[in-house]
Design a protein around this ligand. Structure first.
Ligand code: NAP
Length: 289
């Protein structure tokens, strides 16, 4: 890649950032689209988020991604906030506007686009969310916005699941979501659930773990969507498949949150072929192909 006086810089700020796959996505897109843009990681020390955001703007950076642990901490330092990121309370993409950055959340639109690519529908489905952390909360909001028929949140700490269910019900004005403690899975009524795995359980290096081991639970699931992408096939996914269901990992979510950010920064539209190219590059960077 040729770097000259016209090169625009984008990057990701977080701590740590060394494991990020985002440079593989964005640099592939920039190269393929002939855009004079390069994407680099920025490790921001604790307590310096304000300086990082203001510094990035002053240095004329085109855009930024924000990752753990700064997705909420960054919000007070933004000029504007997109309505979805305001509802979710987390920002992962900063776009230059007059006088500062505007914050967006592309994680949930990214998950939605990934699910569309995998031909997994939310509308009219019974959505079962495993976990009640930051991502699970955003997934519950996405499921509500995309017309889920019912949302059940299953979590080890029941109070956290209850809090999210309540928020979703206030947001939608109806009793769409309910909460359960993880151990009560056996009494879940019926079957045919779309289960979205939003806990950390099964993530590398503890790849032999699943949040629920009981095969009877997996009989209730027709599609399992694990947001974990390392390993490429989690134990949750293999248990879903063993019971005859379809299973997907979180790699395409990671890809599409990046693609949507890139589209916001550059105005480009990334077609399916190019998305595929970036996907392959990302897998290569992760040692998955
Ligand atoms: P988080 O806020 O830390 O929440 C973690 C959740 O996992 C909590 O609900 C926690 O339950 C549950 N949990 C952790 N250990 C558990 C155990 N041993 N048994 C049962 N439950 C357990 O995490 P997050 O930020 O929401 O992230 C959740 C997942 O999403 C992670 O795996 C992350 O890799 C994935 N993710 C994927 C993408 C992507 O692009 N594909 C993007 C972002 C995140 P308690 O509430 O009881 O503690």
């Amino acid at each position: 890649m040729k770097i000259d006086g016209y090169t625009r810089i984008c990057g990701v700020m977080g701590n740590p950032v060394e494991h990020t796959m985002s440079p593989a996505i964005h640099n592939t897109l920039a190269e393929a689209l002939g855009e004079n843009l390069t994407y680099v990681p920025f490790r921001v020390p604790k307590g310096q988020v304000e300086e990082a955001v203001k510094g990035a703007y002053a240095l004329n950076l085109l855009g930024m991604n924000v990752t753990v642990p700064y997705k909420s901490e960054v919000i007070p330092w933004l000029k504007e906030l997109d309505p979805l990121s305001e509802t979710i309370g987390a920002v992962n993409t900063l776009v230059r506007v007059e006088g500062g950055f505007k914050g967006y959340n592309t994680d949930m639109p990214g998950l939605y686009r990934a699910m569309c690519r995998d031909e997994v529908a939310i509308e009219g489905e019974k959505v079962l969310i495993l976990g009640a952390g930051g991502v699970a909360r955003a997934v519950a909001i996405l499921a509500a916005q995309k017309g889920a028929e019912q949302i059940v949140i299953l979590n080890r700490t029941a109070e956290k699941a209850q809090k999210i269910a309540k928020e979703v019900n206030v947001l939608t004005g109806r009793r769409l979501a309910s909460a359960r403690e993880l151990g009560t899975y056996a009494s879940l009524p019926g079957d045919g659930y779309l289960a979205i795995q939003a806990t950390n359980v099964g993530m590398f290096p503890k790849t032999e773990e699943a949040v629920i081991e009981d095969g009877a639970f997996y009989e209730k699931i027709c599609t399992g969507y694990d947001l974990i992408f390392n390993p490429a096939e989690t134990r949750f996914m293999s248990l879903v498949k063993k019971s005859g269901g379809r299973a997907f990992n979180g790699l395409k979510m990671l890809l599409y949150q990046g693609i949507i950010a890139y589209e916001l920064w550059t105005g480009a539209r990334v077609d399916r072929n190019l998305a595929e190219q970036a996907y392959e590059e990302m897998k290569r960077a992760m040692g998955l192909s």
